[in-house]
Ligand binder design. Structure first.
Ligand code: HEC
Length: 182
């Protein structure tokens, strides 16, 4: 009985939406910045050509990221990106999670930043700029020494300290048995 009521209401809603011209068809230009393919996989597949150094990344970061993530990635007003304490422990507050102590794959960093940052203006960085800012962030987190530029060959080889988080807990056979997620 009630089901027919809801079906009827939905039908009425759809009819009205058509009648009042609600909604606007989305254009290919509007979709483009969000349609970033292929996604970058942990083994590096999908990384585009290009490269960037720590030094260049420092400039990109200062101009495009520091206002939200702090001058050195310490995280104010938004997420902390540079990690300390190292490594993460059961006592680490979730606000302290950052790249060095929490991100398990370097390639995810590339994909995420290219897809989502700078917040509100995603898609505005070139591939070289994304590689550079990733290089700077890895350097700031003490993950790389900065001697090599980051590109499709070097980035997937970077070993993230937080890879250990993917190991199963020997007792519970679960991941992150102690982690308090935000
Ligand atoms: C206008 C503010 C703003 C700017 C500018 C900005 N970000 Fe962000 N960033 C955010 C917010 C807000 C989040 C959290 C988004 C969420 O959780 O959905 C975030 C999240 C992130 C994260 C994920 C953090 C984590 O561990 O969860 C990374 C990495 C990041 N930003 C990198 C960058 C880089 C690199 C730049 C510069 C190219 C940048 N951001 C510029 C606001 C900003």
């Amino acid at each position: 009985m009630f089901r027919w009521f809801w079906v009827g209401l939905l039908g009425l809603g759809l009819a009205m939406a058509g009648r009042y011209n609600l909604g606007t068809p989305i254009t290919p230009e509007q979709v483009d910045p969000y349609d970033v393919r292929p996604a970058v996989l942990p083994d590096g597949r999908g990384l585009p050509p290009g490269q960037g150094t720590v030094e260049e990344g420092g400039r990109v970061y200062a101009e495009r990221c520091a206002s939200c993530h702090g001058a050195n990635g310490e995280g104010y007003p938004f997420n902390r990106l540079v990690a300390e304490p190292f490594p993460i422990t059961p006592e680490t507050e979730s606000t302290q999670f950052a790249i060095g102590n929490y991100w398990q794959y370097p390639t995810t960093l590339f994909d995420y930043i290219r897809r989502a940052m700078p917040y509100g203006n995603a898609g505005s960085l070139s591939a070289d700029e994304v590689y550079a800012v990733v290089a700077w962030l890895l350097y700031q987190n003490g993950v790389v020494d900065g001697a090599q530029p980051m590109n499709a060959q070097t980035l997937p080889k970077v070993e993230m300290p937080a890879r250990a988080l993917l190991q199963l807990d020997p007792e519970t056979h679960k991941r992150f048995p102690w982690l308090k997620l935000p």
